[in-house]
Design a protein. Structure first.
Length: 267
């Protein structure tokens, strides 16, 4: 006996077809989203930037050395993956986890100031030359300079699958060579100068001409690294502007250094 269109069985079948169609549509919509991967996204500027992109309907992949502890990031990002930017094995594991997938925007945000915090009232003073150690300098280079280089290398196949790939180095005005600044923080400042130079070399590489490479200085924000003085920037506000800067990037911006507010910075 055939079921009439108005029978319960027909209604169930129509509901199942509708659900399948919705699921397929949702999957296609998710695939159509621009994918942004942000390193060091479990706190500070990385977390604030993840929130901005998530609110903008991007597919957000955040990385953290200990994803299990990245509770707040898990509430924001679509995916939270493990990554230690100083480890070749960890970078390779990330590349394997994302094999065959497109990454449209890579934000190399993971950073390290050094064993002492930033300067300012009530803060431990940054190391001076007389107390500087080789380990401090090399640790800063490992995270701030070599880290972004090799993460970019590892994810290059994913980036080149994108129609408009963008690679952003979160740098600092402390890396500007001719900028007057307080003494100390040798490892941090030199390592930021180095990543700016590395970005410039990538931007000039003809084999990478499809990509846009820039450095962005986010300003001095209220974070664990930057301190909590009341005159510092609010990460949510500054990262909203950084997101806008990234969205506006074209090949005319390639190889250049920008402040979060859109001002171009000298080297």
């Amino acid at each position: 006996m055939k079921s009439s269109p108005s029978s319960p069985l027909a209604g169930i079948l129509l509901s199942l077809l509708a659900l399948a169609s919705f699921a397929l549509g949702s999957e296609e919509a998710e695939k159509a989203k621009t994918t942004v991967l942000i390193t060091g996204a479990n706190r500070g500027l990385g977390l604030a930037l993840s929130k901005q992109f998530a609110a903008g309907d991007y597919h957000v992949i955040g990385t953290a050395r200990s994803p299990g502890k990245a509770t707040e990031l898990k509430e924001v990002a679509d995916e939270v993956l493990p990554l230690d930017v100083t480890s070749d094995e960890s970078i390779q594991a990330l590349a394997e986890a994302l094999k065959g997938r497109t990454v449209d925007i890579l934000v190399n945000n993971a950073g390290y100031f050094g064993p002492t915090k930033g300067l300012g009232p009530g803060r431990e003073k940054s190391a001076q030359l007389k107390s500087l150690t080789r380990a401090e300098v090399l640790d800063c280079f490992a995270v701030n300079s070599a880290g972004p280089i090799f993460v970019t290398q590892g994810l290059l196949p994913n980036l080149l699958q994108s129609e408009h790939p963008k690679v952003v180095m979160i740098s600092s005005r402390s890396g500007i060579i001719n900028k007057d600044s307080a003494s100390g923080a040798y490892g941090y400042r030199i390592s930021k100068t180095a990543i700016n130079r590395a970005m410039k070399i990538m931007a000039s590489d003809k084999s990478l001409a499809k990509c846009i490479f820039v450095s962005i200085a986010p300003g001095h924000n209220q974070t664990d690294m930057g301190g909590n003085r009341p005159n510092l920037l609010d990460p949510d506000e500054s990262m909203a502007l950084v997101k806008t800067r990234i969205e506006e990037l074209t090949h005319q911006h390639n190889g250049r250094f920008w402040y979060y507010d859109g001002t171009e910075l000298p080297w």
